[in-house]
Ligand binder design. Structure first.
Ligand code: PLP
Length: 346
């Protein structure tokens, strides 16, 4: 499948590494029934460009190319208070000589602090032009359009990027990832039985699924919901995957059963820590020196661990964990991941 017809900026040199996690796999196996567990590998999308990069880097390569083609001078986007997407969009803006504005949705009241650490600090450091903070439930598209209108009144031109960069164009980033992975597996003679991926605004999960379908990659994808249970999450992912397939002109209908997400691990609430996340962050840090974040990848890996312990991921499987980044928000939760603070069970 030829993606070269879509304008793209490049923010990463080459492919992200594929790494086995043998010490973690052994520890996990020891806690699985019969002492046997899957062989876990990671695809290191936390090492993408616009460092410390993550899944948004791939989506922004296509979105920013369109912004530049349209002559925009400002990127406008939105996210939660510790938004990796906002931070990486800001980095792309700096790289391209554009201005950048955010609308931040305070999903947990009082969770945004202009003087805060982690991504908040990086927003300041990289020179965000303006941040509008709105309460949970605010229609974000309208709030971003209001910012774009304000800029237009000043004679400027905004390019509005939806939350998480998740639309059909952004999803192409994960079609490119699917192709990269296919090539890496081919070169190394590797075969995975399953890919485990985070499922939030859905561009990663949906884009990857579209890429798998379009490239005839027959590996099941298990999405771990980071903010919704399957009844709400799966239709979103399906819609995203179909939109990406349509943009590519594949002429295929995404089978509903190809969209699988797992709920529960994000509870009690999006971005609010739980014990399984703390266990996952500590296990990976101490067994492999691999850092996960508390909001996304910690909960996603907790899902992988839980599914292996339940036997849903079988002991004979070779599983690929897509590490989507998020590292800076770790610093906003230091006490929590060290185990010094009370967090929700389980
Ligand atoms: C580190 C990280 N992982 C996973 C996700 C979820 O990806 P998506 O929004 O594409 O579903 C996000 C989204 O913000 C993220 O920042």
């Amino acid at each position: 499948m030829d993606l070269s017809r879509f304008p793209r900026r490049r923010y990463t040199e080459g492919a992200t590494p594929l790494e086995p996690l043998p010490r973690f796999s052994a520890q996990l196996a020891a806690s699985c029934p019969g002492g046997r567990g899957p062989e876990v590998w990671a695809k290191r999308d936390d090492m993408l460009g616009l460092f410390p990069g993550g899944n948004k880097t791939r989506k922004l390569e296509f979105l920013v190319a369109e912004a530049l083609a349209q002559g925009a001078d400002t990127l406008v986007t939105c996210g939660a208070p510790q938004s990796n997407h906002c931070r990486i969009t800001l980095a792309a803006a700096a790289r391209e000589g554009l201005q950048c504005r955010f609308v931040i949705e305070e999903r947990v009241l009082g969770s945004y602090s202009a003087q805060g650490s982690g991504n908040h600090f990086m927003f300041r450091l990289m020179g965000v032009e303006a941040i509008t903070v709105v309460p949970a439930g605010t229609p974000m598209a309208a709030a971003m359009q209001a910012v774009a209108d304000e800029l237009a009144a000043l004679g400027r031109k905004a390019y509005v990027i939806p939350g998480g960069g998740s639309n059909a164009l952004g999803g192409l980033g994960y079609v490119a990832c699917a192709q990269e992975l296919q090539q890496q597996c081919f070169e190394r003679g590797l075969r995975f039985d399953r890919v485990v991926v985070g499922s939030g605004s859905s561009g990663t999960h949906g884009g990857l699924l579209a890429g798998f379908l379009g490239n005839h990659i027959d590996i099941p994808i298990t999405g771990i919901g980071v903010s919704r249970d399957p009844a709400d999450q799966e239709p979103l992912v399906w819609k995203e995957a179909q939109a990406v397939c349509d943009l590519l002109g594949l002429g295929l209908a995404v089978p509903r059963e190809a969209v699988v997400s797992i709920g529960g691990y994000w509870q009690p609430k999006y971005s609010v820590p739980n014990r399984r996340m703390v266990e996952a962050v500590q296990m990976l840090a101490r067994s492999e020196g691999l850092l996960l974040d508390p909001v996304y990848t910690g909960k996603i890996m907790a899902g992988l661990i839980g599914l292996a312990r339940e036997g849903v991921i079988a002991p004979h499987e070779r599983v690929l964990f897509l590490h989507t980044g998020g590292l800076p928000s770790l610093h906003a939760f230091e006490g929590v991941v060290l185990g010094d603070a009370d967090v929700a069970a389980p």
